[in-house]
Ligand binder design. Structure first.
Ligand SMILES: [Zn+2]
Length: 160
């Protein structure tokens, strides 16, 4: 395995401050280059995207296709598909990365750390000891693979 020293979180925080950029989740939802936009799976109402600035290897996000901010704005069909995808992605991540646990969570609003107003459910694979000194202090992560490798691996597992 090759090691990357990747200050991704810092880039993410800087990008998040830009006011006029397009919503990257809408760009991914409406785009047709899934590999470029890191879209892993599409449904009728929701889709799954790989986090370009991962907290850990195997960090994906389940999003409604519609740009809504709050869970209470989701239709029943959207809720069902999002929950289905959360389950499916946990299963796929288990098979690919064998993590020791998962965090599934939502940040709503800047005050809560949301980088984008478009509702998205994070799934983060967790291992004992992954909250290390460097990530807490330096806003950096050591991820043992490139984002392209992660995309390819999960995509492959989904096609099985
Ligand atoms: Zn959006």
């Amino acid at each position: 395995m090759k090691n990357l020293f990747a200050p991704w979180r810092k880039t993410y925080i800087q990008n998040a401050k830009k006011q006029d950029r397009e919503c990257f989740i809408c760009v991914a939802a409406n785009g047709n280059d899934d590999a470029k936009n890191l879209v892993l799976l599409r449904g009728e109402h929701a889709f799954v995207i790989l986090n370009r600035y991962p907290y850990n290897a195997g960090h994906v996000m389940v999003c409604p296709k519609r740009h809504v901010k709050f869970p209470y704005e989701l239709t029943e069909d959207e809720q069902k598909e999002i929950m289905f995808f959360l389950g499916k992605m946990v299963q796929v991540l288990e098979s690919v990365y064998k993590p020791q646990g998962f965090n599934i969570g939502v940040n709503i609003g800047n005050a809560a750390g949301a980088g984008e107003e478009h509702l998205h459910f994070h799934i983060v694979s967790r291992w004992f000891g992954d909250t290390n000194f460097m990530s807490v202090v330096g806003e950096t992560r050591v991820i043992p693979e490139t984002i392209e490798d992660t995309y390819r691996k999960i995509k492959e597992a989904l096609s099985k």
